[in-house]
Write a protein that binds this ligand. Structure first.
Ligand code: CA
Ligand code: CA
Length: 233
């Protein structure tokens, strides 16, 4: 009886782990699109179909060793069609070998960093599209790092099919226990995007994180023991 109550309580605790929204900065890549003017023709890229920046994605730390292979892009009227939302997207192309990637430190909606906590979950969602509808599908790679450049989880790869439609991706990272995490817990987590293959388009990034709450399991377990005692007496 005691074990049954305990296991029910633990299951309940796992299901009610605290889920918190991650505040992605410039999640739809629209920021500064009304001022940046990639081709210098006098019209900002947000209202200039086909215009793009080379190696500039505001509010994301770019690390573009090949600047022409990443940036903001207004896809309206191109083979890839419109942005998933708004008028701008980010494009990435074959950045792995060049060492280029798009990165930002993850912060919670209420402020404070998302940190590397054993047994927590960090889930990143977004939309990808194949820029040229190329036969060779580009792959988006999603990684989590702690500074300076340490992967804490193996990159997840997502395929953008060879048509101009948008595909949703969900990268759900279950961090291991502290013995196998490989880094000290509590360090700020960085979200990293890079890609393999032809140009891939990226839009509307969001994220959540949840951390198991051992305290609630303890409270629940104590309540279960109290219940058991009451029934015995
Ligand atoms: Ca957008
Ligand atoms: Ca322009």
């Amino acid at each position: 009886m005691k074990f049954a109550i305990a296991s029910i309580c633990l299951t309940f605790s796992a299901l009610t782990a605290d889920g918190a929204s991650i505040s992605i900065k410039n999640p739809s890549f629209e920021d500064q699109g009304d001022t940046l003017n990639g081709n210098g023709n006098g019209t900002p890229i947000a209202s200039d179909p086909g215009d793009f920046t080379a190696g500039v994605v505001p509010e994301w730390d770019d690390n573009f060793t090949l600047t022409n292979n990443a940036g903001l892009f207004n896809p309206t009227g191109s083979t890839s069609g419109a942005a998933h939302s708004g008028s701008l997207v980010t494009f990435l192309q074959t950045n792995v070998n060049g060492g280029s990637y798009l990165v930002q430190n993850l912060e919670l909606d209420g402020g404070g960093n998302v940190t590397a906590e054993p047994l927590s979950n960090i889930t990143i969602t977004g939309w990808i599209s194949n820029r040229f509808s190329s036969a060779a599908d580009p792959l988006l790679r999603v990684s989590l790092r702690v500074a300076p450049n340490t992967n804490i989880m193996a990159p997840m790869e997502f395929d953008a099919p060879n048509d101009p439609t948008w595909t949703e991706f969900t990268a759900s990272f279950d961090l291991p226990d502290s013995a196998t995490l490989g880094v000290a817990a509590g360090q700020p987590v960085f979200l990293v995007f890079d890609s393999i293959g032809p140009q891939i388009l990226l839009d509307d990034i969001s994220g959540t994180t949840s951390i198991p709450e051992p305290s609630s399991a303890l409270i629940c377990g104590c309540a279960g023991l109290l219940l058991l005692r009451r029934r015995r007496s």
